[in-house]
Design a binder for this molecule. Structure first.
Ligand SMILES: Cc1cc2nc3c(=O)[nH]c(=O)nc-3n(C[C@H](O)[C@H](O)[C@H](O)COP(=O)(O)OP(=O)(O)OC[C@H]3O[C@@H](n4cnc5c(N)ncnc54)[C@H](O)[C@@H]3O)c2cc1C
Length: 413
């Protein structure tokens, strides 16, 4: 038997939840985290050059995401409500529009497309979508057979929800997200709450009583039968009766497992197609509460979040990791009248401890990035938002899957 009852690898919300629950149940548990901070793909930090905090990674939750709501309550973390958009700016078929997103004669096509999307979302949720699930967003929109402005409008929303190149990500995850969060409008009306003190502070509070070891990237995990040995890049070696691996799916191929992962798991490791770029702008000349979407210059969906005392605003935008993204061009594609003061972001796709953003299945392979491919492997269990049985891709999913991994470790003794 090892020195510890359990080692949790990864200090995002899945690992934090698993470690916290095991600690609360009286188990000897250590959490090993590669970075020098907790929170993983969430990160609250000051916008470069300003003192104001922004969410560089995951930000919003919906009122229906019960685990998030319960956990924030538990730690006395307040909720910040982002105002609903009050102005819109669309860029479709080469035209900047302040009212309807498409020309009036395309409204019927847009309505038909939204009805189809809502129906497919409902089917995606209950698993009856069939081969459409693996289709790329680009092909899905072609099949909707809509005019150009409508197609560009829909593709822009994909970039915000699917988080990758429309040609690269399978449509399934976006349809499930739509179905789970109040239909096609739900992502604006429901997804606008965040912890008032920021996710990083929430992560700190969640890990406060746990034996957390920062700056220790795990390189190798050996299930020796009676115990599991965890070897870190700097030479630290720990053993425990059980290990919970709460790593991003794209990081798994970079950790050595002995015995090797089963084929079904190994095939799925590394297949998160999520490659979002979340770009923050500090700008003047954009009314707060503005939403913009459409064909942009590297960023397809933007929201002017907060008015500062000097009349400037923070806006955030979503694109994907296409080379040559120019923040000024990205902003001016929607608001040519705006003045860009500064921009800020984190490259989650190049970061070796995430290697991508939120879970989106790869085109043609919707059957890979699924919970069933990650059953416990001997004394090792897997957790994480990417592979969560419910609310996959979301902070909610991370918490749920961490809780399930803790239950597994407790039941195993
Ligand atoms: C830009 C962006 C925007 C997003 N927006 C939202 C949103 O609005 N709402 C929402 O709900 N979700 C959002 N998400 C998704 C959400 O943030 C993630 O799905 C969730 O936080 C993942 O949690 P996790 O614990 O599964 O993984 P992670 O948070 O990635 O945690 C894994 C941990 O493992 C660590 N690690 C990696 N390699 C090693 C190693 N070798 N050894 C030890 N530790 C290692 C990492 O450093 C990390 O701390 C967003 C994500 C991004 C990137």
């Amino acid at each position: 038997m090892g020195d510890l009852d359990c080692i949790v690898v990864g200090g995002g919300f899945a690992g934090l939840r698993a470690a916290r629950d095991l600690h609360d149940a009286g188990r000897r548990v250590a959490l090993l985290e590669a970075r020098d901070r907790l929170g993983g793909r969430t990160w609250t930090r000051p916008f470069a050059g300003t003192g104001a905090n922004v969410e560089i990674g995951g930000a919003w939750f919906t009122p229906g995401q019960d685990e998030v709501v319960r956990e924030l309550d538990r730690y006395g973390v307040g909720t910040r409500t982002y105002p609903a958009p009050s102005r819109v700016r669309w860029h479709t078929d080469g035209v900047l529009r302040d009212g309807l997103p498409v020309p009036f004669d395309e409204i019927g096509a847009l309505e038909r497309a939204l009805v189809t999307i809502a129906g497919d979302g409902a089917r995606a949720r209950v698993g009856t979508l069939g081969p459409v699930a693996s289709q790329s967003c680009a092909d899905y929109i072609v099949a909707l057979d809509v005019p150009r402005a409508t197609a560009e409008f829909l593709a822009a929303w994909w970039v915000m929800i699917g988080g990758t190149d429309p040609a690269r990500g399978a449509i399934i995850d976006a349809l499930q997200a739509i179905a789970s969060h109040g239909g096609v409008t739900g992502l604006i009306t429901a997804l606008r709450y965040a912890p008032a003190e920021g996710w990083s502070e929430f992560a700190r509070r969640m890990g406060a009583d746990v034996d957390v070891r920062l700056g220790v990237p795990v390189a190798r995990i050996v299930d020796a039968g009676g115990s599991v040995r965890v070897e870190c890049a700097g030479g630290t070696v720990l053993t425990a009766a059980r290990v919970v691996v709460a790593l991003p799916v794209n990081v798994l191929p970079h950790v050595a497992f002995e015995p090797p992962l089963p084929t079904a798991t190994a095939e799925a490791a590394g297949t998160n197609a999520g490659r979002s770029v979340k770009l923050w702008f500090h700008a003047r000349g954009i009314p707060p509460g503005s939403l913009a979407a459409g064909r942009g210059a590297g960023v397809s969906w933007l929201y002017a979040d907060r008015l500062l005392a000097d009349g400037s605003v923070f806006a955030l935008g979503f694109g994907w990791d296409a080379p040559g993204l120019d923040p000024a061009a990205a902003l001016h594609a929607f608001w040519p009248e705006a003045e860009l003061l500064a921009s800020d972001w984190h490259d989650w796709n190049g970061d070796p401890f995430s290697l991508g953003t939120w879970a989106t299945a790869t085109v043609g392979k919707a059957d890979l990035l699924v919970h069933d491919r990650f059953p416990p492997h001997g004394r090792i269990a897997f957790a994480g938002a990417d592979i969560a049985p419910h609310e996959a891709g979301w902070i909610e999913g991370a918490l749920l899957s961490g809780a399930a991994a803790a239950r597994w470790a407790l039941a195993a003794g």
